[in-house]
Design a protein around this ligand. Structure first.
Ligand code: ADP
Ligand code: ZN
Length: 723
């Protein structure tokens, strides 16, 4: 027999199938070790057959086989082909997506535990009280762990008994269960609302592969997901459920835990390598049939999938930022197609791309316009921070927000204060008149660069002198760099010394327990106010929260990205959705230096449709995605001169392409990337905006052609992060 093997080397020269002779028992999908160019490397068996096109005398045998059960299911190879074509990556790199990284190179193995049980009876009359004692101990219990037996009589005695056959030792694979129980009351006796019933019915009856559930915050989407999954499982199928960041949503976990128990496995980055490995095998072996996790769980080793669900589908974390730069929704579509199952996308604020798909009839659309039990949406009120400044208040708190916090503390409710601190720097805004520095050539705001003390446009690279007074009103209170969560907490403590405050951001949370402990403390009402970054905006269901404060809506509004408006709308709507979910009606205070901004007006009136209609218009006229394609060619390397050389080559090649097809280029520029160095690598980019994707193939070819051993070249399509 011959095995057709893809070697696990991500390199275009090795990106083909090599043949090795192998035992008859070897199955497609197994990982093997094979000799390759004088060394032994890992490889994936893509097929076995009696045929080979290689000269038979030259063929080498497979060196060893890793798996009893093939790690890769047949679907992997079909997806591999799609992925390697769609994202222009070698097959090996595509296949790696399907395996937890710790499985490669045999870094982690299953953990085995030893047990002992009684074998042949001890001959009567033989002395040795210790032997008797341990035999009785094991006999009474039937089976005990090896270490427990040793505790009774010592390892020497136990080993001697095993040797003599009086005790029998067995080894079993032991699962490292990562399942933290989550918290919150998991409701088991939920009666579906008519809206939920009819949503489930529409999903069932729809002839569309993809269905978008556009449901306001608190409309009971989770219950719909649970029912869809339960149905798939009842039909003997499996399911995938994705959330942006599983470790941030312990309440969600509790729900799944109580409903599905061990049938659900959790895959996420917060797990230890061993835990992830075991959860992964539970799915692969069929012991668990529901995969829950963040982006990478879309590659879960499931077969016969009955439903794929992506919650908060608009979330930026669903786009991979390392090669292959895949979109999770794209992969999910491929898997749904392969398995003939439905893909369900859910959000209170669908992305503009998904909205257009649904609007134009390619996706099914389900709308949930009301909260469960007709609970009111919270009132969203803007606080004008310019007015506060005129009154001499330069703190992070408007008088309105202060009053509302006071109320919450007095009534024993809870508040969430949200501060968006995205990116490494931000735009410059006048606190007195709301003026914001913008580029003369592009429709974007300028970014403050602290090290060079200047303002830059991240779209065209233009540099402007730093301003210290407002060009519009002469005001001296310019805000840049923004207010951090730490500062907000200390101001809060001096305003409300009696309040119990917890803070959650990248600095406070380390490891998987960090998030959990903070959220648990808040859920247990051991804190009154939770202050945090976007980590706290997603999916939480804290019944006692009646106030949400958005400290600085301008920060994300003026982030220099064509998606700034969309992101702001989504973020504020999401965070506002944490308020008033149970008892009392909630309130949301949004602080801004320009509350008249149209996006904030759409947010406060819950006018998603109006917002989208407007945003579509803006993007169409200004030629931004989805009506154009942004392509960024990145050139990075530790050697600055070498990287610059490569950049020059890439730039001239693209310039030549532009001369050939001038009509396809809307914008074209070469510059330092906004973040000039990451992890010791210089970063350069050629940024383009194109009318369509017809030249994409050429950019990918260029990336392969100009890459050198020292300098990496890669293509990003509509990058979510332009830093
Ligand atoms: P969403 O995900 O749409 O924001 P959730 O699924 O978190 O909303 O639901 C909001 C709240 O309503 C949760 O506390 C949930 O337990 C509750 N809920 C959902 N469905 C029902 C129902 N049929 N009956 C009673 N409560 C429900
Ligand atoms: Zn510009």
């Amino acid at each position: 027999m011959y095995a057709h093997v893809i070697v696990d080397i991500a390199n275009s020269q090795t990106d083909k199938v090599f043949d090795y002779s192998c035992p008859d028992t070897l199955a497609c999908g197994c990982r093997v070790k094979v000799p390759f160019n004088g060394r032994v490397v890992e490889g994936f068996v893509t097929g076995v057959s009696e045929e080979t096109s290689y000269p038979k005398d030259k063929i080498k045998p497979v060196a060893s086989v890793y798996d009893e059960l093939p790690a890769l299911v047949p679907e992997c190879f079909s997806l591999m082909e799609h992925i390697s074509i769609r994202y222009r990556v070698p097959c090996a790199l595509a296949l790696r997506l399907f395996l937890p990284s710790e499985m490669r190179l045999g870094k982690v193995r299953s953990k085995f535990a030893s047990f002992v049980s009684v074998g042949a009876a001890l001959p009567e009359g033989k002395r040795g009280p210790k032997r008797r004692e341990v035999m009785d101990f094991v006999g009474e219990r039937g089976e005990v762990s090896y270490s427990e037996a040793c505790d009774v009589a010592g390892g020497d005695v136990v080993r001697a008994l095993i040797k003599a056959g009086n005790l029998i030792k067995t080894e079993r694979k032991e699962g490292r269960k990562p399942m933290r129980e989550g918290f919150g009351i998991a409701k088991t006796d939920v009666v579906l609302t008519p809206a939920q019933e009819s949503a489930l019915k529409s999903i069932d009856e729809s002839d569309k592969r993809v269905i978008l559930i556009h449901g306001v915050t608190g409309s009971g989407k989770t219950e719909i997901y649970l029912n869809v999954i339960a149905k798939a499982v009842a039909e003997g199928k499996s399911a995938i459920f994705l959330v942006p960041e599983i470790s941030l949503t312990p309440q969600m976990l509790a729900q799944f835990r109580s409903r599905f128990g061990d049938m659900a496995a959790i895959l996420h980055s917060g797990l230890s390598a061993g835990e992830r490995f075991d959860e992964w095998w539970r799915l692969r072996s069929g012991e668990a049939v529901i995969a829950i996790g963040a982006r990478s769980a879309i590659f879960a080793p499931l077969q016969n999938i009955g439903a794929i669900i992506i919650d908060e589908e608009h979330d930026a974390s669903y786009i991979s930022e390392t090669a292959p730069r895949y979109s999770t929704v794209d992969i999910a579509k491929m898997r749904a197609e392969y398995n003939g199952c439905k893909l369900i996308l859910g959000s209170a604020t669908p992305s503009i791309e998904s909205y257009i798909e649904a609007d134009e009839g390619r996706y099914g659309l389900i709308k949930l316009t009301e909260r469960i039990n007709g609970r009111p949406m919270p009132d969203i009120i803007t606080a004008d921070m310019r007015r506060e400044a005129r009154k001499g208040n330069f703190t992070g708190f408007s008088s309105l927000l202060r009053d509302e916090i006071q109320d919450v503390l007095e009534s024993g409710n809870q508040a969430i204060l949200f501060l968006n601190r995205r990116g490494y720097s931000s735009s410059v805004i006048c606190q007195e008149c709301g003026y914001i520095a913008r580029c003369e050539h592009c429709d974007v705001y300028l970014t403050y660069h602290k090290e060079e003390e200047c303002l830059k446009c991240h779209y065209c690279g233009a540099t402007y002198r730093m301003i210290y007074a407002c060009p519009q009103c002469g005001g001296k209170h310019l805000k840049y760099g923004g207010t951090g969560t730490q500062k907000i907490v200390s101001e809060l403590k001096s305003l409300f010394p009696e309040a119990r405050v917890v803070r959650m951001d990248n600095d406070t949370v380390s490891g998987k327990d960090g998030h959990y402990n903070i959220l648990k403390k808040f859920a247990d009402r051991e804190a009154d106010i939770l202050v945090g970054t976007q980590m706290i905006a997603k999916g939480h269901d804290f019944p006692a929260v009646t106030l949400v404060g958005v400290i600085d809506a301008d920060m994300s509004l003026h982030f220099n990205d064509y998606r700034a408006g969309e992101r702001t709308f989504q973020l504020i709507t999401q965070v506002a959705g944490r308020s008033g979910r149970a008892g009392e009606k909630g309130k949301v205070i949004v602080q801004s230096c320009c509350p008249e901004n149209y996006i904030l007006r759409y947010v406060t009136s819950y006018d998603y449709d109006g917002f989208i209609a407007n945003e579509k218009g803006v993007r169409k006229v200004a030629q931004y995605p989805p009506y154009a394609l942004i392509v960024r060619m990145m050139v990075t390397g530790e050697d600055n001169a070498a990287a610059l050389d490569v950049l020059k080559n890439v730039y001239f090649a693209i310039a030549a392409l532009k001369d050939e097809h001038p009509e396809k280029f809307i914008f074209f520029n070469r510059m330092h990337s906004p973040v000039k160095m990451i992890k010791g690598k210089y970063r350069y980019q050629v940024l383009m905006r194109l009318t369509d994707d017809s030249l994409l193939e050429k950019f990918y070819d260029m990336a392969c052609m100009y890459e050198t051993p020292k300098t990496l070249v890669y293509v990003e399509e509509n990058p979510t992060n332009l830093s």
